[in-house]
Design a binder for this molecule. Sequence first.
Ligand SMILES: N[C@@H](CCC[C@H](N)C(=O)O)C(=O)O
Length: 273
Amino acid sequence: MGIEFVKGHGTENDFVVLPDPDGTLELTDSRVRALCDRSRGLGADGVLRVVPNKVFAGSGDGWFMDYRNADGSIAEMCGNGVRVFAAYLVDAGLASPGEFVVGTRAGDRPVVVHEDGSVTVQMGPARVTGASAATLGGVSFPGVAVDVGNPHLVCVTDVPIASLDLAVAPGRDQSMFPNGVNVEFVNVVGPGALAMRVHERGVGETRSCGTGTVAVVAARLHQTGAVTGQSTVDIPGGRVAVTIGEGESTLTGPAVLVARGELSDAWWSSLGE
Ligand SMILES: N[C@@H](CCC[C@H](N)C(=O)O)C(=O)O
């Protein structure tokens, strides 16, 4: 019997979900790259391995989201991924609708799966850590560095984001972001309304980044001298709502399960370990 998978997305940031209740799946970097490849695999921005906390961490109840970027690298947190992960747990009967907690490398993330299928995630603190700049096409974009468990550089600009070429990774200050960074370009489109495009570390341009949307709202509030507030964020894949509180943030948006199936054993084995 092949390995079970589910395909899903959150505002078109898409994932292959791999249930691994015994923690026995050999999820190598090369297997992640093959799964995420849109020509030779299923195609996705990342992989969400579903493993019990007690298997992953040796203790605890509930489930751990073992997130991998499309290039096989590990990231601390994924805001769209955790919504899809929560929707999968409910759909699979592994959690009840309503409130529960998902384990991540950035810490526990309480989630609420709503009746309409949207999911609210308590994303933890969004910490402004400094100022930096991204370069794109020879142009320097001043930015605000924000840590949402993973690193972000938020560049609010008057240049229309639709005009930017994000096919290549923006340049960054290597000493400030030695492990890479997710870079967001943001236009202010109204009071409490932002629009964003993102180049994700380990992936490339994606149609949405949940941690990125939290980072841009925190950065925009910081620029305007505010500590708390809320905003919608439009991304190419849809819209999410973000609230920044004192030392806490929440993200609400859709989570869609698209398909389920089995990986071919022969294909999986051919990828090696
Ligand atoms: N798409 C995600 C972020 C995934 C991790 C990121 N690429 C990183 O390396 O930090 C999201 O929705 O937050």
